[in-house]
Design a protein around this ligand. Structure first.
Ligand code: ATP
Ligand code: MG
Length: 382
């Protein structure tokens, strides 16, 4: 493991959003999101203090592993390298300096609750010990990073149930958001960078890139949903800080697989049906029903996450932001509104960048898929 990298990451989670010793003389930056089904790249230039979109592109990874477009892959490093070289060439990426995101599937994010008396300097010895309970591999094999969450009052369980009883004291605890990344993952990502000759000083967890490009100045709690091909990532973010992170092991590719097996058709045919029908019962009730069941499975997990948060902090979610290619399923917006009973919006990351007006519609539609890549590129110029 490269020691310099380890140091950067262990400086605290804040370093995840400030990892780069940003080369201010360079004016263009690349964001690279290696998802389970596709790689997305975004090149942004800084001009007169503004972020100008130079180019962007995506490439499906399926064909690099002899499988279909949209399928979830588990490719060798060399295949990823080839796909990254291809997508950069096809989308006319001109620079070789950027940031890669670390997917949630290659990392663990959890919250530790520690006694309030622990001082900041003791955290570095206590967190690795406490984190052991959450990490299924020897602690020496992972790189840890953490961020002490701002103090919030947790409402004690009973105080809202029985109004006649005197209110219980509100407990104030130290909560720490911890990120653990397997060292092998970091080594693999460094190898990808080396083989593609991309200069990079660090990585960023995809959730933090996603927040940067999807949020405005939102303070109230927001549920951010990243609906990927393999997994759906749920985060509750308050004042720009992740308080809760949860991964549902279902994504867009599972819906395609379900359609393929129910209709005894190929993955690629099922993928087309999923995209054209979505949740629209009128166009194809059989397909729409399968999509609906899969979405309801994910929403049921999301509801549990939201409920646990409401119960713990006595606060409601003020908005839901949809990101990830899977969120483009037809009818998902309406379904989300009726499930969460709150405002639901699509992430519009390209709205942070300047681009020719004629592209605005297409950029808005592709936005959710590129949230992570845009966030990575933006980080280097903000
Ligand atoms: N218009 C659409 N309608 C329905 N589904 C879509 C649409 N466009 C893309 N998808 C789905 O989005 C998924 C890919 O999304 P995304 O690119 O965000 O995934 P990923 O980043 O590769 O996956 P992960 O984040 O899980 O690693 C695929 O399952 C694909 O079928
Ligand atoms: Mg993704």
């Amino acid at each position: 493991m490269d020691n310099s990298l380890k140091n950067v990451i262990s400086q605290g989670l804040a370093s995840f959003s400030n990892i780069f010793s940003v080369d201010k003389s360079a004016s263009s930056f690349l964001g690279i999101d290696i998802g389970s089904s596709a790689i997305k790249v975004v090149q942004i230039k800084k001009k007169n203090g503004k972020a100008v979109l130079e180019t962007y592109g995506a490439i499906a990874l399926g064909p690099y592993g002899n499988s279909d477009i949209g399928s979830v892959t588990n490719l060798q490093t060399d295949a990823i390298v080839q796909a990254l070289i291809d997508v950069m060439k096809e989308s006319n990426v001109t620079i070789r300096s950027g940031i890669l995101s670390i997917p949630s599937s290659s990392s663990l994010i959890f919250t530790l609750t520690l006694p309030d008396k622990i001082t900041e300097d003791k955290l570095s010895s206590i967190i690795p010990i406490e984190a052991r309970k959450y990490i299924p591999v020897p602690i020496a094999e992972v790189t840890l990073d953490w961020f002490v969450l701002p103090k919030t009052s947790e409402s004690s369980e009973n105080n809202t149930l029985n109004q006649s009883e005197p209110q219980k004291t509100i407990e104030i605890k130290t909560e720490v958001l911890v990120v653990a990344i397997h060292n092998d993952t970091l080594t693999r990502y460094q190898e990808i960078l080396k083989k593609t000759e991309i200069h990079s000083d660090a990585f960023e967890m995809e959730i933090f890139s996603n927040i940067r490009s999807s949020f405005s100045h939102d303070l109230a709690p927001i549920l951010l949903i990243d609906f990927g091909a393999s997994k759906t990532k749920l985060s509750i973010v308050e004042e720009g800080i992740v308080h809760v992170f949860h991964v549902v092991n279902r994504g867009g590719a599972d819906i395609t697989k379900n359609i393929a097996s129910a209709l005894s058709t190929s993955f690629s045919e099922a993928e087309k049906l999923k995209r054209s029908v979505g949740l629209d019962l009128n166009s194809n009730p059989e397909v729409a029903d399968i999509v609906k069941l899969s979405i309801e499975y994910i929403f049921s997990d999301a509801n549990n996450v939201v409920f646990a948060y409401q119960k713990k902090y006595n606060k409601n979610i003020s908005k839901v932001i949809l990101t990830g290619g899977g969120s483009l399923i037809k009818g998902l917006m309406e379904k989300s509104v009726s499930n969460f009973h709150t405002d639901v919006v699509y992430s519009n990351p390209f709205s942070r960048t300047e681009a020719p007006a004629f592209l605005s519609k297409i950029l808005e539609i592709s936005g959710p898929e590129f949230s992570v890549a845009v966030g990575l590129a933006l980080r280097q110029l903000l």
